[in-house]
Design a protein around this ligand. Structure first.
Ligand code: ARG
Length: 401
């Protein structure tokens, strides 16, 4: 029996050509696996048929949209995860769920090797292969673009020569990856980091300069997870989809950054994540009223470290899982409503209410009803400044002045 290679298949030119390219180079049969993480675009059955038309012996499609929203986007939201303060980990969180389905398909179809379409310069090759090593340590990995010299020009020539059922003429200068959590665009004209992104780059967001009327939305959270919009119950997937539409129409969630890749390269990336950015903003504001101060300060550090681990392909690592436990525990009281106005590129919170709030009106008010004993502040300040005062006295004694 021939060896079988399971290929992460997107339906695009490169992975369509990779089917025959891998078969020619290795003599193995190729099983194509397409995972729906809410990338939109073509329907999955069309993609499945194309894989078969390009020579795959089996083509398997997984609808992972709810799984992705529940088990990957929600932990990212609970962590308020923004890599380097900006990037909501759009591509980084989709790789582990794709890996899960690749390994599952390898088991089902008797695959010994997993293949992906990444180049040798990015983070995604690392995320795929580290994930596969972890979930399927017996499986081998190959990357035809990186390991079997499959360049874009060769892909076009190969597709034409073999009459593959795929359009080769439309030359998109950008490398795009998208899912329900957002969209990432890189390469081409954007590689000059002084060039401003042109309008054609955006798809999830309308231009914020000419917005429609302000859109006020109330997001209800239960233990860190959004469960309703404007009082209507929704699943996490539905919440993200609806906010992608509503915040996207207002141009919310456009991000233009130069980020540090794991492989040591700085790269320019344009992201659009209207739903994700609106949700992270709302969630953070609810945490501000429901999480105790020291807990919140520490959680911010944990969230940052969590983001780095996930960005760096460590989704399945022990440290990442341990931080998940901390973050999950922190969400116990993060329940309530956030009211937010989406308009002209911003998502601005203007109201919050929670049965588990730590906001105490009688402590905060400057009006009647104040229960805070101001006389205790003085002694507190004396002790709080004591160690610095002692050190300053020593400095003056030693250094003069
Ligand atoms: N730089 C981002 C990351 O490493 C996005 C990469 C997505 N790929 C793409 N072809 N744009 O997570």
């Amino acid at each position: 029996m021939k060896d079988r290679i399971v290929l992460a298949y997107s339906g695009g030119l490169d992975t369509s050509v990779a089917i025959g390219w891998i078969a020619d180079a290795t003599g193995a049969e190729v099983v194509a696996v397409a995972v729906d993480v809410g990338q939109g675009g073509e329907d999955m059955e069309t993609i499945r048929q194309r894989a078969l038309g390009c020579g795959a012996v089996e083509a398997y499609v997984a609808d992972a949209r709810d799984e992705f929203a529940d088990e990957y986007c929600m932990p990212t939201l609970k962590a308020n995860a923004l890599y380097q303060g900006h990037y909501p980990l759009v591509s980084a969180i989709s790789r582990p769920v794709i890996v899960k389905h690749l390994v599952k398909a390898a088991r089902e179809f008797g695959g010994t090797t997993v293949a992906h379409g990444c180049t040798g310069k990015g983070n995604d090759q690392v995320r795929f292969e580290v994930g596969i090593q972890t979930l399927g340590p017996d499986l081998k990995c190959i990357a035809p673009v990186r390991d079997l010299a499959l360049t874009r020009d060769k892909a076009i020539a190969y597709a034409e020569e073999k009459h593959l059922p795929i359009v080769t003429t439309k030359k998109n200068p950008y490398s795009i990856d998208q899912n329900v959590w957002g969209r990432a665009v890189e390469t081409g004209y954007l590689e000059d980091i002084w060039n401003a992104p042109t309008k054609d780059i955006y798809d999830y967001t309308a231009t914020p300069e000419f917005p429609p009327a302000p859109d006020e939305v109330t997001i209800t959270f239960k233990e860190g997870v959004p469960v309703a919009l404007d009082g209507v119950a929704k699943t996490p997937l539905q919440v993200i989809q609806e906010l992608n539409r509503r915040a996207g129409a207002q141009g919310v969630g456009r991000i233009d950054v130069v980020e540090d890749r794991l492989v040591g390269i700085k790269s320019r990336e344009i992201y659009e994540a209207p739903g994700a950015m609106a949700l992270i903003t709302a969630h953070k504001h609810l945490e501000d009223v429901t999480i105790e101060r020291e807990h919140a300060r520490f959680k911010a550090m944990v969230g940052q470290r969590w983001s780095e681990l996930v960005y760096d392909g460590q989704w399945f690592s022990p440290l990442k899982r341990a931080l998940d436990v901390f973050i999950e525990d922190s969400q116990k009281y993060v329940s309530g409503d956030i009211r937010m106005v989406l308009h002209g590129g911003s998502a601005v919170v203007n109201g919050r209410r929670s049965d588990t709030s730590l906001y105490d009106f009688s402590l905060a008010t400057y009006d009647t009803g104040d229960t805070f004993d101001q006389s205790s502040a003085k002694g507190f300040i004396d002790l709080w400044g004591m160690s610095s005062k002692v050190a300053s006295g020593r400095d003056q004694r030693v250094n003069g002045g």
